[in-house]
Design a protein around this ligand. Sequence first.
Ligand code: GLV
Ligand code: GLV
Length: 338
Amino acid sequence: MKVFVTREIPKPGLDLLRKEFEVEINPYDRILTKKEIIQGLKDKDGLLCLLTDKIDREIIYSEPKLKMIANYAVGYDNIDINAATERGIPVSNTPDVLTDTTAEMAWALLFAVARRIVEGDSFTRSGKFKGWSPMLMLGQDISHKTLGIIGVGRIGTAFALKSKGFNMNILYTSNKNNRILEQEMEAKKVKLEELLKRSDFISIHVPLTTSTYHLIGKRELRMMKKNAILINTARGPVIDEKALIKALKEKWIFGAGLDVYEHEPSISNELKKLDNVVLQPHSASASYETRKKMAIIAAENMIAGLKGEIPPNCINKEVFKKSKKSHKNNKKFQKFFC
Ligand code: GLV
Ligand code: GLV
């Protein structure tokens, strides 16, 4: 069987794939166009893609042989899951291995904004530091503050648990209670509005869906405290970026730490000019260890999927129920007519 990989990923994953399949990899060190993905996918059984590839209905229906899609990411808003399910194609992601890595980036951003690390570094390098000063680079304490977590899945929960050393008060939003956070952190589940009004620091950990698109807009930013810091390591479009820029410019809040952008990879120039925001290049899962593990997991899912097994991290397990049924129907059909 043949697999198309839309961008070179760490070798351990590619090695696993090469043991089982004929593997074709995007030869360029850049994101492929839609046309190039369709071209690469020709005659392939599997597609290993990245969050930067928009795998839409047209791509999914472009290759009749296609029977497995492994996304090299935990988020899968880049794939038209409905179209894949319709075609009976399992789709997998890479959860768990990047949970701590991403939560650590959220903390790195929170510290960077609260203690003005990036600003302080430029200030110091540029020779402006003329000695200790009572009012120089004042920021926010982290310890004993209220931490608001929007979405407490794997990453949001890990982010909250890491606050143990800082004795914080934890609030979270979720459609169900998070027992771990309630038992270990005395965390409280509240409505979004209450979280926004009471939290000193707010970190977003929800996937991008139609219901989380622009979850944080002008109205929500207006509810936040003046000292609030907003962190986003989830997906850009969860925040209305225009409203955030206005809030940062007019100091409705203290600052923001962003790893993701509404119109990624393009970033508004206005955002780049602001001192009270720290910007990262969508690198929350970017550690040597984690990227290697993600590659292995994506490959393992691909292998299982192409063997007709349920991939360990299958997002649309219903394709197996469906295909079993249609398989049975086929058999019945065959018995009846043959
Ligand atoms: C990164 O954003 C991921 O979804 O893995
Ligand atoms: C700071 O350096 C202090 O000693 O207070």
